[in-house]
Ligand binder design. Structure first.
Ligand code: HEM
Length: 157
């Protein structure tokens, strides 16, 4: 059902322009990876604190507040570079289970990050126990690891 849409995506001029170039795909993928390193840092610094590790002298709310612009900036870079990468090989992505795993984990990761994780990291409320923080930190790390690992696996599939 979706295949005609993916075939149409691959025929768009941007995808064709990238396919026709020797260097554009690796350059865009390098920026994708740079975005990943900033995203990884912004996620890790807060999730490690939620797990009771890392920067223990800083309140969770302070770390989450300071990491938020980096998190959002990195997400913008990942999506802005991910879409051209996708357009250059959308039919390959259609047949790649790793791509579907990545997009599923990415959708869940984004909702989780801006709902449950945001609530736990932006308020020092009574119900916000260390145990709850640890569970949220572990889930967040697992989700973003799945996105990154599936992204890497697309290249192998
Ligand atoms: C925001 C979270 C994202 C993360 C953490 C992420 C992570 C990754 C990683 C680790 C790679 C492998 C890079 C390499 O090893 O060279 C990759 C490649 C890729 N990503 Fe993403 N990505 C994200 C968003 C997206 C989005 C939104 C799309 C498309 C709509 C996308 C499409 C791709 C494609 C097509 C590749 C190339 C796979 C290949 O090598 O053929 N990514 N991504």
């Amino acid at each position: 059902m979706l295949l005609p849409f993916f075939e149409w995506c691959e025929q768009l001029w941007l995808g064709q322009f990238i396919v026709g170039s020797n260097w554009l795909f690796p350059v865009i993928e390098s920026v994708h990876l740079l975005g990943l390193s900033v995203l990884g840092g912004a996620i890790l610094v807060v999730d490690m604190r939620l797990l009771g590790l890392g920067l223990k002298n800083h309140p969770v709310t302070e770390l989450a507040r300071d990491a938020r612009p980096w998190l959002i900036g990195a997400l913008v870079v990942m999506i802005a570079t991910g879409i051209p990468l996708f357009l250059s090989e959308s039919v390959k992505c259609y047949y790649s289970q790793a791509f579907w795993n990545k997009m599923t984990a990415l959708a869940i990761g984004l909702v989780f990050t801006f709902t449950i994780r945001a609530r736990v990291t932006e308020t020092e409320s009574v119900g916000n126990t260390a145990r709850r923080q640890a569970v949220v930190g572990a889930l967040s790390l697992a989700l973003w690891f799945t996105v990154a690992a599936s992204g890497r696996w697309i290249g192998f599939s």
